[in-house]
Design a protein around this ligand. Structure first.
Ligand code: ADP
Ligand code: MG
Length: 626
């Protein structure tokens, strides 16, 4: 047979990539704004027409591009930001894939004008569907202007997929606000159809927030500041009495990048404890700084997800910092006063009136004293050496989300099945001989991160978070398809507020969710009622799981042919898996190891990361004799 494989022509490859990078006008806005920031701009102007369908243009006063660079910038994988894979672990720029301009140019009419400081004249390039139409010198000022016109002009299906102007504009504004909030030191202006929507002067964080959300916001902001070795926290929470039932003002930034993080969101809400009016959500603008080495920015260009090396510690630190601020700024008494006239006291809150004074008592409690005394300034970089011992003990008792409970189901559930599966796999030789006489009692946990176990040929080092993700993922997949999960009935059903589009999403997932153990109902507009939850989670974790699910499904690339079942199982596995930093008792470790090797694909997490490595006795011997 003759050869049939051919390399795709560039313009086709670009168009395929564009399907991932450019979902809607807002994606163009994000990419162009981020490029302007990476170019060191101090003033950025965004012009949008017809919610971005007709025009998205970004003009910056950054460093500009030489003629050659201008031309190269539209090539795929052309980037000035990283040179090797190592640079990925020390990212200080927004971009690094070198994909955005190539993708945008594949699906729109693009005009670029750019000039560097040292050059007399600039370069103008017109490009359409990856083809350069014109290139000439031009008179322009230092900086870059990129105009993206007629988005998806050559992909009618994508164009038709766009929502109404209102919806698309909302997305555009969201992106604009996220970028502007993360870069208060840069001036931003935004126009839509020649109306000025925002004019943001260079400012500090508080001023930036106020200039975006209005002057009334100022009095609602309570600062949160904490510096530790593992993370620097800075930003504001909104006083509890101004919290809203709908989502909208929850902003996390990590190293100046907007992220969504249901688990950390839960931590802030947990800090508010009984202070929030019934069913409303904490609002916040929280800026985290961590060593870039300790985060994994999602490989996917359009996703806003970040994985921290030690999520559990950050969860606790953040919660303590927010609690501290609430106490420090006398939030509790103010709230008490308001509450009397409000009849919105939740049932559970009435019974717990004693909890309010608890916050007051804590007002001056600084959970970081021990840390700060031994070196506030030497943060992040030293974390590895200093971290684990201190943190665990410091938050004991503060943390209700204890390991035992989150793991309880794992301990009780279908033990015999686990065992038999395990044996079966063994006989198939699935896990080779790694398992054969693994001494079950001998598992250890190191750094609250890895579970180590002796095996015949040497030792096994398991990443607890990834391994548990794998275990849960397969469990959920099985439950969703086989429909036999265990549900725990809630004494008082949870009533959660969601927007109508979010409810529509839950309703489309209802059957699958119920197969995992949820019992859902939609009693009235804007409310999701949860009366049963999977046996493996606690009531307090329900919101994390559902929020994570919304964000995962929302961020799923349209048309990418994803299976909802798979997204659901992955998402739940991700939010429910035991975190790095959590301590596991003997039994939990034991079960984790057994269940992992009972999986069909024990070697990889559902996100294709290694779940364990082995070190053979030979390898160890070699190390000792080297
Ligand atoms: P990435 O941002 O991932 O590097 P892009 O496709 O977004 O990839 O941009 C490609 C390259 O074009 C960038 O690395 C940068 O060198 C250059 N570039 C893009 N936009 C600008 C700009 N506004 N000012 C200066 N250079 C830019
Ligand atoms: Mg870029």
């Amino acid at each position: 047979m003759s050869d049939i494989i051919e390399l795709l022509p560039d313009h086709v490859a670009n168009q395929i990539a564009a399907g991932e990078v450019v979902q809607r006008p807002a994606s163009v806005v994000k990419e162009l704004l981020e490029n302007a920031i990476d170019a060191g701009a101090s003033q950025i102007k965004l012009l949008v027409k017809d919610a971005g369908r007709t025009l998205v243009q970004v003009i910056d006063d950054g460093k500009g591009m030489s003629t050659t660079d201008a031309r190269l910038s539209f090539e795929r994988h052309a980037t000035s930001k990283i040179k090797s894979a190592d640079d990925l672990f020390a990212l200080c720029t927004k971009g690094f894939r070198g994909e955005a301009l190539a993708s945008i140019a594949a699906v729109a009419h693009v005009e670029l004008k750019t000039k560097t400081e040292n050059e007399e004249v600039g370069t103008r390039i017109e490009i359409e569907g990856s083809t350069i139409k014109e290139q000439e010198v031009c008179a322009t000022i230092k900086g870059t202007s990129i105009a993206v016109k007629n988005l998806f002009y050559n992909i009618p299906a994508r164009r038709n997929f766009l929502k109404s102007d209102n919806v698309e504009l909302r997305h555009v504004i969201d992106e604009f606000q996220r970028v502007a909030l993360a870069h208060e030191g840069i001036g931003f202006v935004m126009y839509h159809n020649d109306n000025e929507l925002f004019n943001l002067q260079r400012a500090n964080k508080r001023q930036r927030i106020v200039s975006i959300f209005g002057t009334k916001t100022n009095e609602k902001l309570v600062p949160v500041v904490e510096e530790t070795e593992i993370v620097e926290i800075d930003g504001f929470i909104i006083k509890p009495e101004f919290s809203k039932k709908t989502k909208g003002e929850q902003f996390f930034f990590v190293n100046d990048r907007f992220i969504k993080h249901p688990y950390l969101n839960h931590s802030v809400n947990a800090a508010f404890d009984g202070l929030l009016p019934d069913r409303s959500r904490a609002s916040y603008f929280i800026y985290l700084k961590v060593d870039p080495k300790t985060i994994d920015i999602n490989i996917h260009p359009t996703k806003t997800e970040v994985k921290f090396e030690d999520e559990h510690a950050i969860y606790n630190l953040l919660r303590a910092a927010v609690k501290h601020s609430l106490g420090q700024f006398n939030i509790a008494p103010i709230l008490d006063f308001n509450r009397e006239s409000n009849m919105d006291t939740p049932y559970s809150y009435k019974d717990k009136a004693v909890e309010v004074p608890r916050v007051e008592v804590d007002r001056n409690f600084n959970p970081f004293e021990t840390v700060t005394s031994n070196g506030r300034s030497s943060h992040v970089a030293n974390y590895e050496k200093k971290s684990s011992a201190g943190w665990e003990t410091m938050y004991e008792g503060l943390d209700r989300r204890t390991t035992e409970s989150s793991f309880s189901s794992l301990q009780i559930e279908d033990e015999p099945e686990g065992e038999s599966l395990f044996v079966e796999h063994e006989s198939k030789g699935f896990t080779e001989n790694k398992q054969t006489d693994r001494d079950a009692a001998n598992t250890y946990q190191i750094h609250n991160k890895y579970v180590v176990s002796a095996i015949k040929s040497g030792m096994l080092v398991i990443d607890q978070n990834r391994a548990h993700q794998r275990v849960l993922y397969e469990e959920f997949l099985r439950n969703i398809t086989v429909k036999e999960s265990v549900s725990q009935q809630l004494l008082f059903p949870l009533r959660l507020d969601y927007s109508s589009s979010e409810l529509a999403l839950f309703s489309s997932l209802k059957e699958s969710l119920e197969n995992t153990g949820f019992v859902l109902d939609f009693p009235e507009d804007g409310i999701l009622e949860v009366s049963g939850i999977p046996a493996s989670i606690q009531e307090s974790e329900v919101s994390i799981v559902l929020e994570q699910l919304l964000s995962d499904v929302e961020q799923e690339v349209p048309n990418a042919g994803f299976s909802q079942t798979d997204v659901l199982a992955k998402s739940m596995a991700k939010s429910m898996a035991v975190k790095t930093g959590e301590k596991l008792d003997d039994l939990s470790r034991e079960h984790l190891v057994n269940k992992l090797f009972a999986c069909t694909e024990p070697t990889l997490s559902p996100f294709y990361k290694k779940t364990f490595i082995t070190l053979t006795v030979d390898e160890l011997d070699r190390k000792f004799n080297a």
